[in-house]
Design a protein around this ligand. Structure first.
Ligand SMILES: N[C@@H](CCC(=O)N[C@@H](CS)C(=O)NCC(=O)O)C(=O)O
Length: 338
């Protein structure tokens, strides 16, 4: 195995970026022997505004109407040698509101003093058991789909939804298959491209990323695959792709050098899909959740910082474009998709 990277370094010694496995993998469930039953005010979701994995969890918390059930705690999105901090800046609380910690790593150490993994967001905290239930976003979002449904009004419960919810049984195989290649080449693909520290590692990830974007563009043109990836209703596949696509033109294109094509100019269907989600007036979604969980400036500034082009405390210049951050819903230039 290549040498382990320190907190602030992204690529391993061989130039490749490898995301490490999450280690807290418990579940919230209402089964009788559940260690973590659904309860109002019992859990807190730790995020920062920059991270696309934390964004997934935050987005589903909003889409499901869980704001008054699960507390949201935001740390600063500037990664330091000590990991994520609570600073009072960048949307962050001044201190961790539960314990007064100034570092995310203190929370991980409280959960498990022997913990040796990365101190990542998102993390779902149980205030009663004082531990991390889960720090893997793909599992946290699935918990949020239905684990709290008994506490929610009928229209927000998965079994009350016309399409069968975010992960309907009849689509699970197809969603899982898409998740797999989208995760490897798109969600994580942009990171593997952007954090590559050799030309070979960069190119080895850049081309598969754009092959997958081409594949998604084609997918959206097939019968039954629009306006959302699997038809009339938003599913997990849309949620997982969204947090990467909304950062693409404003950050990954430029700062992560994912710059063979842009969503707005080169992918009309993906662009329309993205704008549909962002601008939806809350008619089909829970009140602008896709829009309200986005902060474009954070992406422009935060990825520049993450990429190491700006030293802490140095003055630096944040790219202005592209302008606008996202195009209006009905933009003639890009309406030839669907
Ligand atoms: N598998 C995790 C990945 C989370 C993750 O890597 N988060 C990044 C922020 S985008 C992080 O916290 N990195 C800090 C570190 O690795 O030290 C998930 O999807 O929840």
């Amino acid at each position: 195995m290549p040498e382990k990277a320190p907190i602030h370094k992204h690529a391993d010694a061989d130039g490749q970026f490898r995301r490490k496995r999450s280690q807290f993998r418990d579940s919230i469930s209402s089964s009788p022997d559940s260690e973590f039953p659904p309860e109002k005010d019992r859990y807190a979701l730790y995020i920062n505004q920059g991270c696309p994995w934390a964004h997934r969890a935050n987005l589903v918390r909003s889409l499901k109407g869980l704001e008054s059930i699960i507390q949201l705690i935001v740390c600063d999105f500037e990664l330091t040698k000590e990991g994520w901090l609570f600073t009072g800046r960048n949307g962050s609380d001044e201190k961790d509101p539960l314990y007064g910690f100034t570092r995310m790593q203190d929370l991980y150490k409280k959960a498990d003093p022997e913990y040796e993994g990365r101190f990542t967001v998102p993390a779902l905290w149980d205030k009663k058991a004082e531990t991390i239930v889960n720090n893997e976003s793909s599992e946290i979002i699935r918990m949020f789909y239905s684990a709290f449904d008994e506490l929610l009004p009928e229209h927000l419960r998965e079994d009350g939804k016309p399409g069968g919810g975010f992960y309907p049984e009849k689509l699970q195989k197809e969603i899982d298959a898409m998740n797999d290649w989208v995760y490897n080449t798109v969600n994580n693909g942009v990171y593997k491209t952007g954090f590559a520290s050799t030309q070979d590692a960069y190119e080895a990830n850049l081309y598969p990323l754009f092959e997958s974007l081409d594949r998604l563009e084609k997918h959206l043109g097939e019968p039954g695959h629009h306006p959302y990836l699997f038809g009339e209703y938003i599913t997990e596949a849309d949620i997982r792709l969204y947090t990467t696509m909304i950062r693409f033109d404003v950050a990954y294109y430029n700062i992560f050098m994912c710059n063979l094509k842009m969503i707005r100019h080169d992918y009309p269907r993906l662009s329309r899909w993205l704008r549909n989600l962002y601008w939806d007036g809350g008619k089909t979604l829970n009140g602008h959740a896709f829009k309200d969980t986005v902060n474009f400036w954070t992406y422009k500034y935060g990825y520049l910082r993450a990429k190491g082009r700006a030293e802490p405390d140095a003055k630096f210049v944040v790219p202005k474009g592209p302008v606008p951050d996202i195009q209006p819903l009905d933009d003639d230039e890009v309406t030839n998709g669907h």
